[in-house]
Design a protein around this ligand. Structure first.
Ligand SMILES: [Zn+2]
Length: 120
C-alpha cells in the first residue's frame, strides 16, 4: 500500500512503474496545465482508456480540495480567538488556489491507479 502511494507521488506508470504518466519530472511545484503522456514510454500502457475517462477524476479533485480546505480551517483556527473568524476564508481560498495545480495531477494519478486493473 505504501509502495502504491510512493508510485503515485513519483508519477509512475501503474503497470510497470518505470515510465511516467505526466511528461514532467515532478508533479510538485508546477503551475502550468499538466501534459500527460497518452501511453507509457516503457510498456505502452494506455493511460486514457476512453474519451472522457478523466471526467471522474474531477470528483477525486473535489474530494482533495474539500479535505485540504477543512485541514486549512482546522490549522488556521488555532491562530484566531473566535471559532469561525471570517479572516480564515481568504486563507482557505489562497491555499486551495495554490494547491490546485497539484490537485489536478494528483486526482488524475489517483484515478488511473483506482482503475488500473480494469480492462475496457
Ligand atoms: Zn508502463
Amino acid at each position: 500500500m505504501s509502495n502504491t502511494l510512493l508510485h503515485i507521488l513519483n508519477n509512475d506508470c501503474p503497470h510497470c512503474h518505470q515510465g511516467k504518466i505526466f511528461n514532467e519530472k515532478s508533479i510538485f511545484f508546477k503551475f502550468n496545465f499538466p501534459k500527460m503522456n497518452e501511453y507509457c514510454t516503457h510498456c505502452h500502457y494506455k493511460f486514457k482508456k476512453e474519451p472522457g475517462y478523466f471526467f471522474g477524476a474531477m470528483y477525486v479533485n473535489y474530494g482533495l480540495t474539500v479535505a485540504q480546505g477543512i485541514t486549512t480551517y482546522v490549522i488556521a483556527s488555532f491562530f484566531f480567538k473566535e471559532t469561525f473568524d471570517l479572516r480564515i476564508i481568504p486563507i482557505i481560498m489562497a491555499v486551495i488556489v495554490a494547491l490546485s495545480p497539484l490537485n489536478i495531477r494528483l486526482s488524475r494519478l489517483l484515478w488511473i491507479y483506482m482503475f488500473k486493473n480494469y480492462s475496457s
